[in-house]
Design a protein around this ligand. Structure first.
Ligand code: DGL
Length: 275
């Protein structure tokens, strides 16, 4: 059995790491589309085609369940994929819903009507494509009423993280947070709506200050996956080994991944289905 984890690059490793801690015996196949990262500045059509190609590669590896550990792909492509592309015996799940369920104090998978929740002012930090899709606001509106969301498109941040330029990344976090706080001075909660951002989570926390509750996806996605697999154990799929696939240069990607996760990660070249 193996579950697939898809991202445009290295950010999904934050989700993989949390899933590995929560479900240590579950084999995972990671796909990073490093040759095409960042997705956050692409249009929805482009993101759809790149995402379906990567997810097909994970299906071909024996994964019946794939987590889109990429908010940009979840926002711009997931709904279209679920409506007409995902085969009946496979599942593709995004990373927004667990986050919103946590923010709105719901049990995993609780689809009851929207209701008032404690939090009223939410700051969303995400890629330009995720912000312009408004997918976060749409999913939130299915579950909560009366929540004001102020979104900050964090252009350039994913590139800085992928390049490993953490000094630039820190400066960008500070300026994006300042820009948002000018429009919403007192958010109660902040959402890190990009799986790359946990790699700079401490900088977000420092810039936001101690009064803002920061919601970060990796542990929430891992918890909700564990719950899902209890209900649907057959979706763990046929693959049996953990592996890391990339469309980029495996050596370079392995070096950066090892630096980010502080443990040895060896990527292999992904075999892609025809575009
Ligand atoms: N880490 C991804 C996300 O969660 C993708 C960022 C990008 O490729 O721009 O949005």
């Amino acid at each position: 059995m193996a579950v697939g984890i898809f991202d445009s690059g290295l950010g999904g490793l934050t989700v993989l790491d949390a899933v590995t801690r929560r479900l240590p015996d579950l084999p995972l196949v990671y796909f990073g589309d490093n040759a095409h990262t960042p997705y956050g500045v692409r249009d929805a059509e482009d993101i759809y085609h790149l995402t379906t190609r990567g997810v097909q590669c994970l299906f071909d590896q024996g994964c019946d369940l794939v987590i889109l550990a990429c908010n940009t792909a979840s926002a711009a492509a997931l709904r279209r994929m679920q409506e007409g592309w995902v085969p009946k015996d496979k599942r593709v799940l995004g990373v927004f819903v667990p986050l919103i369920e946590a923010l709105t104090e719901r049990q995993w998978g609780d689809n009851s009507p929207p209701r008032e929740v404690a939090v009223k002012h939410v700051a969303l930090f995400a890629t330009p494509a995720t912000v312009s899709s408004r997918a976060f606001q749409r999913e939130l509106a299915f579950r909560a009423i009366g929540v004001d969301v102020e979104a900050q498109p964090c252009g350039g941040l994913v590139d800085a993280i992928e390049m490993g330029d953490m000094i630039l990344a820190e400066a960008m976090v500070r300026s994006h947070v300042e820009a948002l706080l000018r429009r919403m001075p007192r958010p109660e909660a902040a959402i890190l709506g990009c799986t790359h951002y946990p790699l700079v989570e401490e900088h977000f926390r420092t810039a936001l200050g101690p009064d803002v509750a920061v919601y970060s996806q990796p542990n929430l996605v891992a918890e909700s996956l564990a719950d899902y697999l209890t209900r649907r154990p057959e979706m763990a799929g046929a693959g049996a080994v953990t592996k890391f696939l990339t469309t980029g240069d495996p050596q370079k990607v392995s070096n950066k991944a090892t630096q980010f996760l502080r443990r040895k990660i060896a990527f292999e070249q992904a075999e892609l289905p025809d575009a």
